[in-house]
Design a protein around this ligand. Sequence first.
Ligand code: CO
Length: 170
Amino acid sequence: MNSICRFMMILSLVFATGCGETKKEEKKDGFQYEQAAEKTETTSEKSQNEVIITGNDMMQYSTKEIRVKAGEPVTLTLKHIGKLDVKVMGHNWVLLKQGVDLVGFASKASAAVNNDYIPEGTEDVIVHTKMLGGGQSETITFDAPAPGTYQFLCSFPGHFAQMQGTFIVE
Ligand code: CO
């Protein structure tokens, strides 16, 4: 093997490694997410209104408090980082209007089996993600509601007790 050939091999190795870090990973179920995004989510260039929240197989969200700036769109990504199926350990992210009783809402939601556990025609919800199973992810974008404190929850039956938190618009 001559030296030019060896150089080309090294070059292609470096190139392949570089690509591997940023390529999109195609999941079996068709969901995609940017691997690089996980590494950069704590950098300062990230807007306050870009929120990433995870849910796991222990029925837990990664955060109990989310703060966003008023008057700007919010981009929220929910990632289910567990392995369990959506029917066993489903997670969604539901933002309630102010004044809605969380326990009352969760009770109605748990009966909405055929509507992704969101009560049909409800006026209690500002925005929500789909119900996700292990390995799935969804990003939603919405306008930040008026300044104030709101509540969020997972509306899968029985999850709200652990999976709830405060959404603060300031
Ligand atoms: Co859940």
